[in-house]
Write a protein that binds this ligand. Structure first.
Ligand code: SAM
Length: 294
């Protein structure tokens, strides 16, 4: 079978599930991965004959795409903030909105660096693939960075990602809802507080499941996504309390948030005594992130 014929099979099999542009993108990712082709090769070498082993790989990928499995899980990797990340079913696939949060934090660190010459200490709660702390580590000099997650399997991926991107992060397996404080982290830190605490915690309510795509619902880890309808901001309450205990004087708390719960999340922070609470929209115009200081 030639590359051209293989591409035709993909279009035929997937045409009722995805738009043609998306099928083309999937196919490009797969020829890059399995044949080392570039976009140009795809045109110039369209008569290249795919060997039996590689054909099996394409067939397996096609089957998984037909079941609406995300291409990132099929490839086992993705890109975030211009960096490579391994992903599997234990890690949420990093989203573009989260890149915007990372960019905001990098800007904030520049301000903090002007105020103090000591190493910045940074904690990411609910680290998943490690996309937030790793991309921060790549873009911030002189920082001590830690990440916490409840999932041992996600943390294994995060560790591999830190190695892949050649940064040093301390990862801890911990249920954030069950701890009273973060003192256990300070033996690993240069300071006994954090300049920045960031979290993109689970925030999708059960009631929002109806509106979600099958590929997310059936493939991504529910522990990373969902909270109860009754207490959807449980993580924000808890992390805000921990931040009150452990943020440094000029410290800053950053959250990614549920777009429908922006004002409620802001109110939680104001009620707890945070003063400068800024709600920001993502590029799609949805309330998506918060920065707070006290
Ligand atoms: C929305 S995902 C964010 C993952 C990653 N930070 C990102 O932005 O792509 C939330 C993460 O919180 C973790 N998590 C869920 N419950 C937790 C808990 N009780 N304590 C610590 N981490 C938890 C999940 O395993 C998941 O990795």
């Amino acid at each position: 079978m030639t590359v051209k014929e293989c591409k035709k099979v993909f279009s035929e099999v997937l045409k009722d599930i995805f738009p043609s542009t998306e099928i083309d993108t999937f196919f490009l990712f797969l020829v890059e991965e399995y044949l080392g082709f570039t976009r140009v090769d795809l045109v110039l070498k369209s008569d290249f004959i795919i060997d039996e082993n590689t054909k099996n790989l394409f067939n397996k990928a096609l089957k998984r795409l037909k079941n609406q499995e995300p291409i990132q899980y099929i490839l086992g990797k993705t890109e975030f903030f211009g960096l490579p990340f391994l992903v599997d079913k234990n890690t949420l696939i990093p989203r573009p909105e989260t890149e915007e949060l990372v960019a905001w934090i990098i800007d904030e660190v520049k301000i903090l660096n002007k105020k103090s010459s000591t190493k910045i200490t940074l904690l990411d709660i609910g680290t998943g693939s490690g996309c937030i702390p790793i991309s921060l580590a790549k873009n911030i000099n002189f920082a001590t960075i830690s990440g916490i997650d409840i999932s041992e399997k996600a943390l294994k991926v995060a560790l591999k990602n830190a190695e892949l991107n050649q940064v040093s992060i301390s990862f801890f397996e911990m249920d954030i809802l069950k701890i009273a404080d973060l003192c256990f982290l300070f033996e690993y830190n240069s300071k006994s507080n954090f300049d920045i605490i960031v979290s993109n915690p689970p925030y999708v309510r059960e009631l929002e499941k109806k509106a979600m795509n099958k590929n997310v619902l059936e493939n991504e880890p529910h522990q990373a996504l969902f909270v109860s309808d009754e207490n959807p901001l449980v993580f924000y309450e808890k992390i805000a309390d921990l931040a009150l205990l452990h943020l440094s004087k000029d410290g800053v708390l950053f959250f990614e948030i549920n777009q429908y719960l922006g004002n409620q999340t802001v109110d939680i922070l104001l009620n707890k005594g945070f003063k400068n609470v800024e709600l920001r929209k993502d590029i799609f115009g949805n309330d998506r992130m918060i920065k707070a200081t006290f």
